[in-house]
Design a protein around this ligand. Structure first.
Ligand SMILES: [Zn+2]
Length: 212
Protein backbone atom coordinates (compact mmCIF):
# COMPACT_ATOMS: atom_id res chain seq x y z
CA UNK A 1 0.00 0.00 0.00
CA UNK A 2 1.40 3.36 -0.90
CA UNK A 3 1.07 6.52 1.15
CA UNK A 4 -1.22 7.96 -1.50
CA UNK A 5 -3.55 4.97 -1.47
CA UNK A 6 -3.72 5.16 2.28
CA UNK A 7 -4.66 8.81 2.31
CA UNK A 8 -7.44 8.10 -0.15
CA UNK A 9 -8.58 5.20 1.92
CA UNK A 10 -8.97 7.08 5.17
CA UNK A 11 -10.40 10.28 3.70
CA UNK A 12 -13.23 8.88 1.66
CA UNK A 13 -16.02 9.55 4.13
CA UNK A 14 -16.36 5.87 5.03
CA UNK A 15 -16.75 6.51 8.79
CA UNK A 16 -13.02 5.99 9.22
CA UNK A 17 -13.24 2.41 7.97
CA UNK A 18 -10.52 1.45 5.56
CA UNK A 19 -11.52 0.45 2.02
CA UNK A 20 -9.87 -2.96 1.69
CA UNK A 21 -11.99 -4.39 -1.14
CA UNK A 22 -10.47 -2.50 -4.09
CA UNK A 23 -7.50 -3.63 -6.24
CA UNK A 24 -7.03 -6.66 -3.98
CA UNK A 25 -5.34 -8.75 -6.66
CA UNK A 26 -2.82 -6.03 -7.59
CA UNK A 27 -2.03 -5.00 -4.01
CA UNK A 28 -1.58 -8.58 -2.81
CA UNK A 29 0.64 -9.41 -5.79
CA UNK A 30 2.82 -6.30 -5.33
CA UNK A 31 3.47 -7.15 -1.68
CA UNK A 32 4.33 -10.77 -2.22
CA UNK A 33 6.52 -10.10 -5.25
CA UNK A 34 8.67 -7.81 -3.11
CA UNK A 35 8.65 -10.26 -0.22
CA UNK A 36 10.07 -13.68 0.59
CA UNK A 37 8.02 -16.54 1.98
CA UNK A 38 9.25 -17.69 5.39
CA UNK A 39 8.51 -20.93 7.28
CA UNK A 40 5.54 -20.92 9.66
CA UNK A 41 5.89 -21.30 13.45
CA UNK A 42 3.67 -23.96 15.05
CA UNK A 43 1.95 -24.47 18.40
CA UNK A 44 4.56 -24.88 21.13
CA UNK A 45 6.90 -22.19 19.73
CA UNK A 46 7.14 -19.55 22.51
CA UNK A 47 6.69 -16.64 20.08
CA UNK A 48 3.07 -17.77 19.54
CA UNK A 49 2.19 -17.92 23.23
CA UNK A 50 2.94 -14.42 24.49
CA UNK A 51 1.76 -10.93 23.64
CA UNK A 52 3.77 -9.38 20.79
CA UNK A 53 5.43 -5.99 21.08
CA UNK A 54 3.73 -2.83 19.85
CA UNK A 55 5.09 -1.46 16.58
CA UNK A 56 6.64 1.98 17.12
CA UNK A 57 8.70 2.40 13.93
CA UNK A 58 6.72 2.75 10.70
CA UNK A 59 9.73 2.39 8.45
CA UNK A 60 11.18 0.40 5.56
CA UNK A 61 11.80 -2.53 7.86
CA UNK A 62 8.11 -2.73 8.71
CA UNK A 63 7.21 -2.47 5.01
CA UNK A 64 9.61 -5.34 4.25
CA UNK A 65 8.09 -7.44 7.04
CA UNK A 66 4.61 -6.86 5.60
CA UNK A 67 5.84 -7.93 2.15
CA UNK A 68 7.30 -11.12 3.63
CA UNK A 69 4.03 -11.75 5.46
CA UNK A 70 2.01 -11.52 2.23
CA UNK A 71 4.50 -13.85 0.52
CA UNK A 72 4.31 -16.32 3.43
CA UNK A 73 0.51 -16.14 3.59
CA UNK A 74 0.25 -16.99 -0.10
CA UNK A 75 2.84 -19.79 0.05
CA UNK A 76 0.94 -21.42 2.92
CA UNK A 77 -2.46 -20.72 1.31
CA UNK A 78 -3.68 -18.75 4.33
CA UNK A 79 -6.38 -16.07 4.49
CA UNK A 80 -4.66 -14.26 7.35
CA UNK A 81 -1.22 -14.24 8.94
CA UNK A 82 0.16 -12.71 12.13
CA UNK A 83 3.83 -11.64 12.40
CA UNK A 84 4.60 -14.16 15.15
CA UNK A 85 3.58 -16.90 12.72
CA UNK A 86 6.82 -16.16 10.87
CA UNK A 87 8.68 -15.74 14.16
CA UNK A 88 8.53 -11.93 14.45
CA UNK A 89 7.53 -10.50 17.83
CA UNK A 90 5.55 -7.48 16.59
CA UNK A 91 1.85 -6.61 16.49
CA UNK A 92 1.13 -6.84 12.75
CA UNK A 93 -1.26 -8.99 10.78
CA UNK A 94 -2.13 -9.25 7.10
CA UNK A 95 -5.25 -10.71 5.54
CA UNK A 96 -6.69 -11.73 2.19
CA UNK A 97 -10.07 -13.13 3.02
CA UNK A 98 -13.66 -13.27 1.72
CA UNK A 99 -16.58 -12.02 3.84
CA UNK A 100 -20.17 -13.26 4.21
CA UNK A 101 -21.07 -11.91 0.76
CA UNK A 102 -18.03 -13.46 -0.93
CA UNK A 103 -16.34 -10.06 -1.20
CA UNK A 104 -12.56 -10.21 -0.97
CA UNK A 105 -10.78 -8.07 1.65
CA UNK A 106 -7.01 -7.51 1.51
CA UNK A 107 -4.96 -5.46 3.94
CA UNK A 108 -2.72 -5.05 6.95
CA UNK A 109 -3.37 -3.93 10.52
CA UNK A 110 -0.62 -2.76 12.86
CA UNK A 111 -1.20 -2.67 16.65
CA UNK A 112 -4.76 -4.06 16.31
CA UNK A 113 -7.32 -3.82 19.07
CA UNK A 114 -10.58 -5.74 18.80
CA UNK A 115 -13.56 -3.56 19.67
CA UNK A 116 -16.09 -4.90 22.16
CA UNK A 117 -19.48 -5.36 20.52
CA UNK A 118 -22.68 -4.32 22.27
CA UNK A 119 -24.59 -7.42 23.43
CA UNK A 120 -27.36 -6.89 20.83
CA UNK A 121 -24.76 -7.04 18.03
CA UNK A 122 -23.16 -10.25 19.26
CA UNK A 123 -24.45 -13.15 17.19
CA UNK A 124 -22.35 -16.26 17.47
CA UNK A 125 -21.51 -18.09 14.31
CA UNK A 126 -20.50 -21.73 14.81
CA UNK A 127 -18.12 -22.57 12.01
CA UNK A 128 -14.99 -24.54 11.35
CA UNK A 129 -11.74 -22.78 12.05
CA UNK A 130 -8.15 -23.69 11.24
CA UNK A 131 -4.75 -22.09 11.68
CA UNK A 132 -1.48 -22.30 9.75
CA UNK A 133 0.24 -22.73 13.13
CA UNK A 134 -1.87 -25.79 13.94
CA UNK A 135 -1.37 -27.46 10.54
CA UNK A 136 -3.99 -29.83 9.14
CA UNK A 137 -6.36 -29.45 12.13
CA UNK A 138 -9.86 -27.96 12.16
CA UNK A 139 -12.44 -27.47 14.89
CA UNK A 140 -15.81 -25.82 15.24
CA UNK A 141 -15.64 -22.62 17.27
CA UNK A 142 -18.38 -20.08 18.00
CA UNK A 143 -17.37 -16.47 17.39
CA UNK A 144 -19.32 -13.23 16.80
CA UNK A 145 -20.27 -12.93 13.10
CA UNK A 146 -19.26 -9.26 12.99
CA UNK A 147 -15.99 -7.73 14.11
CA UNK A 148 -14.36 -4.30 14.21
CA UNK A 149 -10.62 -3.90 14.69
CA UNK A 150 -8.91 -0.56 15.16
CA UNK A 151 -5.20 -0.02 14.69
CA UNK A 152 -2.78 1.60 12.29
CA UNK A 153 -1.73 1.15 8.69
CA UNK A 154 1.86 0.59 7.52
CA UNK A 155 2.52 4.34 7.70
CA UNK A 156 1.11 4.74 11.20
CA UNK A 157 -2.21 6.35 10.22
CA UNK A 158 -5.15 5.30 12.42
CA UNK A 159 -7.49 2.84 10.68
CA UNK A 160 -10.51 0.70 11.43
CA UNK A 161 -11.42 -2.54 9.67
CA UNK A 162 -14.76 -4.29 9.89
CA UNK A 163 -15.90 -7.64 8.67
CA UNK A 164 -18.70 -10.17 8.56
CA UNK A 165 -18.80 -13.95 8.45
CA UNK A 166 -15.53 -15.69 7.67
CA UNK A 167 -13.72 -12.34 7.52
CA UNK A 168 -15.02 -11.38 10.98
CA UNK A 169 -13.64 -14.71 12.20
CA UNK A 170 -10.30 -13.93 10.53
CA UNK A 171 -10.02 -10.48 12.17
CA UNK A 172 -10.64 -12.01 15.61
CA UNK A 173 -8.31 -14.95 14.99
CA UNK A 174 -5.40 -12.77 13.82
CA UNK A 175 -5.81 -10.23 16.63
CA UNK A 176 -5.82 -13.14 19.12
CA UNK A 177 -2.46 -14.33 17.69
CA UNK A 178 -0.80 -11.02 18.52
CA UNK A 179 -1.93 -11.29 22.14
CA UNK A 180 -0.54 -14.82 22.41
CA UNK A 181 -3.70 -16.85 21.81
CA UNK A 182 -4.39 -19.58 19.28
CA UNK A 183 -7.93 -20.60 18.38
CA UNK A 184 -7.33 -23.96 20.09
CA UNK A 185 -6.92 -22.04 23.37
CA UNK A 186 -10.62 -21.15 23.03
CA UNK A 187 -11.74 -24.76 22.57
CA UNK A 188 -12.89 -27.21 25.23
CA UNK A 189 -10.13 -29.45 26.57
CA UNK A 190 -11.48 -32.32 24.56
CA UNK A 191 -11.72 -30.39 21.26
CA UNK A 192 -8.25 -28.94 21.80
CA UNK A 193 -6.85 -32.41 22.29
CA UNK A 194 -8.60 -33.58 19.15
CA UNK A 195 -7.16 -30.68 17.14
CA UNK A 196 -3.64 -31.48 18.37
CA UNK A 197 -4.18 -35.12 17.41
CA UNK A 198 -5.26 -34.06 13.90
CA UNK A 199 -2.07 -32.03 13.69
CA UNK A 200 0.09 -34.99 14.77
CA UNK A 201 -1.51 -37.17 12.12
CA UNK A 202 -1.30 -34.68 9.24
CA UNK A 203 1.52 -33.32 7.11
CA UNK A 204 1.51 -29.59 6.33
CA UNK A 205 1.73 -28.55 2.67
CA UNK A 206 4.10 -25.70 3.56
CA UNK A 207 7.37 -25.29 5.38
CA UNK A 208 7.21 -25.01 9.18
CA UNK A 209 9.72 -24.06 11.86
CA UNK A 210 10.60 -27.17 13.90
CA UNK A 211 10.03 -26.72 17.64
CA UNK A 212 13.07 -27.04 19.89
ZN1 LIG B 1 -3.78 -18.66 13.00
Amino acid sequence: MTQQDTDEQINDGNDGFVVDTEDCEARELAHRERGTARPITVVGNPVLHKECKDVTEFDEKLAALIDDMFASQKAAEGVGLAANQIGVDLKVFVYDCPDDDGVRHTGVVVNPVLEELPADQRHLDESNEGCLSVPTAYAELGRPDYAVVSGQDAQGNPIKVRGTGYFARCLQHETDHLYGYLYIDRLSKRDRKDALRQMEEGTPRYETVPNA
